[in-house]
Ligand binder design. Sequence first.
Ligand code: SF4
Length: 509
Amino acid sequence: MITLSYNQESLEYDAYALLTSFYPGIETRQLLSEEGTGEADELHIHAEEDGSCRLFFRAGAVFDKDREYAFSPEREATEGAPGEEALRVLKWERKRFFYDCFADYSGRELPWGGLTGVRPTKLILGTARERELSEEELIRFMYEQYRVSEEKAKLGYRIAMLEDGLLDPFRSGGYSLYIGIPFCPSTCLYCSFLSYPIAAFRKKVSEYLDCVETELAALPEIMKGQAPDTVYIGGGTPTALSAEELERLLEMVRRLIPASGKNTQGLRFRLQTGSLREFTVEAGRPDSITPEKLRVMRKYVVDRISVNPQTFKEETLRLIGRHHTTEQLCEAFALARSEGFDNINMDLILGLPGEKLSDVEHTLSRVAELGPDSLTVHSLALKRAAKMREWVAEHGQISGLDYECAMKMASDTADALGMKPYYLYRQKNMAGALENTGFAREGKYGLYNIVIMEEVQSIYAIGAGTVSKKVFTDGSGRIERCDTHKDLSLYLSDIQAMIERKRRLFGEG
Ligand code: SF4
């Protein structure tokens, strides 16, 4: 275990985020302390009033030597009252110092340098625009300011430029609709989403759909009759519902979703005329996909689905608690194609327990044989998932995978399938300190994914454990949020309060 101590609370966030990126999966305790504890494996940070600070590594089982680093800001914080810009500069100067210390101490660099936020492409696009930088200048700036590698800065720039064009129609103040269905066939080892095993919660499903219907019925009034630009039904696994339940859900979406302007002919009409730009259902688990459910989705003009292998190694599937085989995955994919789905995404996870580069290679070759329209490649996040934490405590290291090499292999496969990287995000505690990247063929980009990641328009979110987001389009960059209860019983019993939260968020201004 590592102890991270600091004498000012303001040091906590940046130091902790970098520490967990350089030393992922190692338990860390944090404490506010003037001089630190002096114990083994402690990193103590001591800041002074003038903005200077010192960093001490104390040797132990994780840190292999004692070492001290010192930092003085270019402009002393005591030279008059520092303005907002000066504080921002100081914060980044200090963060760069932390990063350089970690890199020097560990002998490693991180692909994304000192960037710890989840939306690097948003930052890249904003920086390129604000400073009017060419690609070359941007790459230099990203290194000098944040220590981002040339490869990642290039990737981020390429994606940011592609997204910029795709996002144009979404900048004028519309919104996208998200509906969360928090049920799954079983719980995956790494799951950090809201997910209830459907067999145990079967009796609650009808009541849950009643609540979704109540929420949907309130939407037209709250959003003043405006239709959403995209609809995304996720979870959980929406196809964990029976075909009848799924039809009930999709029928209510079609019936209750507001129509924009004079268009009153429902979802089908809007999809055909192009005013609803995308309708996705996260089918996700192959063991939940049946011909009936696929037909129901076609009937209600769902135009994008996911069929997610995560891996093509049977042993790993069993280990991570996904009760399906690779054969079922291939059958579900073929079935979806035969039912006419021409925009199918596949999710993969790099770094699943025990997996090596040869397993990743095998998975990618099977994906290439199937030929999905888009591919989302995740690096395993060692985060809140309770089951995963237990697994790590019992088995230790999850995987000795060379993540950069695995990500490069995935990117090459996507390239060979005619796909481009089109969206990217990062999470805390990501294995390899890498990123999750979405690749897609031209015209098959998951628009909702970009919209939510780049925060260009509001998200109206329905269902337990969802977060609605109001993005102000007045140029201020202001974003306000409201959530719903994660606890299923609370959500079911408090539905009117959940609606009122959204009425307050979206109703004014
Ligand atoms: S399918 Fe997704 S939401 Fe369901 S348990 Fe697995 S990771 Fe969680």
